[in-house]
Design a protein around this ligand. Structure first.
Ligand SMILES: *[C@@H]1O[C@H](CO)[C@@H](O)[C@H](O)[C@H]1NC(C)=O
Ligand SMILES: *[C@@H]1O[C@H](CO)[C@@H](O)[C@H](O)[C@H]1NC(C)=O
Ligand SMILES: *[C@@H]1O[C@H](CO)[C@@H](O)[C@H](O)[C@H]1NC(C)=O
Ligand SMILES: *[C@@H]1O[C@H](CO)[C@@H](O)[C@H](O)[C@H]1NC(C)=O
Ligand SMILES: *[C@@H]1O[C@H](CO)[C@@H](O)[C@H](O)[C@H]1NC(C)=O
Ligand SMILES: *[C@@H]1O[C@H](CO)[C@@H](O)[C@H](O)[C@H]1NC(C)=O
Ligand SMILES: *[C@@H]1O[C@H](CO)[C@@H](O)[C@H](O)[C@H]1NC(C)=O
Length: 397
């Protein structure tokens, strides 16, 4: 397809076997505290000077900008890093738990990105620990070939701020080199908001919850991230919550998938689905992807040019109903509910190498199941770290 708009970091550190079982961006490095508990402890230690018992009453919000380039599946927003603050834009990624922004050492390789000048920050600390991150998919649908989406990073700490949330000496990663595939990005880096990021919120004095709204291009493209609460002006009715089924990742239990109101036995198994705001579309195991596609159209077939992708003749797309309902467990005492992906998400646009063929919304993954912005853009979502659950309400789009 021509232009996509997603970032799907497949965690790999310098130590190659650190690959995560799914798309999440996870650094696992021999030389630094690598377990979530150790990481939390370090964040906690470094923010101890804050009045962390002070809970704010009000939440704080900032706009999310739509990266529309043919597809409409990626949003990003502003943060600042350092003292005095330097400005950056990042993808707020529920599939990862660290911050990465380019540093001046990246030079020409990051020419389109803002680069953090650590010499200009009075609060900067350099741990001088270098590692390499290789990504499983990139921004855009250019195929992943070997290491063609890769960052070299250095572990550091400094003050950083998101909306009204300010973290004193939080740990993050400065990008010191990147493959040319990243150059066109309109955003600078990534900020992970995994279920393990609660300490960032408490260090800043906010409850552990954030709300996300992704507004499509056709509706103006102005989304919103809310820290420490949800913005009730952005949805009608109440949020329906489903409990998280994994401590480290935003994952919910699905009890079944329906395509145009029908289902199949393979789609009625319990599935664990990762919810990832850093990924554009959907990733399913092959048997599930093909069962869903089979119920939409026999003309959807793998595109062998880009393994893992499927496509259909673009002139057939508009005639095809392709409503996907996914049923989720409610929180205790509440009923199951559906989240619905409308037919308009079926095509992600034409493939660059075969412009008459349109890429369909599900890629085949290697043993995990994940939903990204094809679903999330149709809901206001509440990511409740304190209660380990995610809530949804239709956003009207
Ligand atoms: C849009 O996508 C095209 C094709 O992938 C790419 O060459 C171009 O740089 C992108 N434009 C922007 C503004 O990202
Ligand atoms: C950083 O962003 C703020 C808020 O948008 C703006 O006022 C300021 O001028 C920006 N600073 C730089 C150096 O661009
Ligand atoms: C970084 O900041 C230092 C100190 O303010 C300054 O001397 C230097 O020129 C800056 N470097 C770049 C690349 O902007
Ligand atoms: C789908 O597969 C293509 C080809 O490997 C890849 O470039 C793209 O990033 C993948 N998309 C997702 C969401 O995994
Ligand atoms: C979910 O959608 C399917 C198919 O449209 C429907 O049969 C089922 O009743 C829905 N479930 C809920 C809980 O709404
Ligand atoms: C799926 O999980 C639900 C809730 O835990 C359970 O009631 C149901 O029997 C399970 N279904 C299958 C097919 O395993
Ligand atoms: C909420 O309902 C009102 C009245 O029907 C409607 O105008 C508005 O667009 C709805 N908002 C959302 C976010 O769905």
């Amino acid at each position: 397809m021509i232009h996509s708009s997603f970032l799907l970091p497949l965690a790999v550190a310098a130590v190659a076997q650190a690959t995560a079982p799914h798309s999440d961006f996870k650094l696992t490095l021999g030389s630094i505290s690598s377990t979530p508990a150790a990481r939390r402890a370090r964040v906690r230690g470094s923010t101890a000077s804050l009045a962390s018992n002070t809970r704010r009453d009000a939440s704080t919000s900032e706009p999310l900008f739509d990266y529309f380039n043919g597809t409409d599946l990626q949003w990003y927003g502003d943060i600042t890093v350092g003292t005095p603050p330097q400005n950056f834009t990042v993808v707020f990624d529920t599939g990862s738990f660290s911050l990465e922004v380019p540093g001046t050492a990246c030079g020409a390789a990051c020419a389109n990105q803002h680069q953090f000048n650590s010499s200009a920050s009075s609060t900067f600390i350099d741990f001088q620990s270098t590692s390499t991150i290789t990504f499983g998919t990139g921004v855009g649908v250019d195929p992943v070939i070997g290491d063609n989406w890769q960052l070299v990073v250095d572990e550091v700490a400094d003050t950083f701020s998101v909306a009204g949330l300010s973290i004193s000496l939080g740990e993050f990663y400065l990008i010191t080199n990147q493959t040319p595939t990243f150059l066109p990005d309109p955003f600078d880096g990534i900020l992970g908001l995994s279920p393990e990021s609660g300490d960032l919120f408490s260090a800043g004095g906010y409850p552990g919850i954030f709300g996300m709204l992704f507004v499509p291009e056709s509706e103006g493209g102005a989304g919103e991230l809310t820290i420490g609460g949800v913005d009730t002006t952005k949805f009608n009715g109440s949020l329906l919550y489903s409990p998280q089924v994994d401590e480290g990742n935003w994952q919910l239990a699905s009890e079944g998938i329906f395509v145009n109101g029908k289902t199949a036995s393979i789609l009625q198994n319990n599935l664990t689905l990762i919810f990832d705001s850093g990924t554009s579309n959907m990733l399913f195991e092959q048997s599930i992807a093909e069962a869903i596609y089979g119920m939409i159209s026999p003309d959807i077939a793998p595109n062998t040019d880009e393994p893992g992708t499927y496509g259909i003749a673009c002139d057939l797309v508009s005639t095809l109903p392709a409503v996907i309902d996914i049923t989720f467990a409610g929180i205790s005492g509440q009923d199951v509910f559906n989240l619905t992906i409308p037919s308009s998400e079926l095509s992600s646009g034409p493939f660059a190498t075969k412009p008459e063929l349109c890429q369909t919304l599900i890629n085949v993954s290697d043993g995990y199941n994940l939903v990204g912005l094809s679903l999330l853009k149709h809901y206001y979502s509440a990511w409740d770290i304190d209660n380990q659950r995610i809530g949804f309400a239709p956003n009207g789009f």
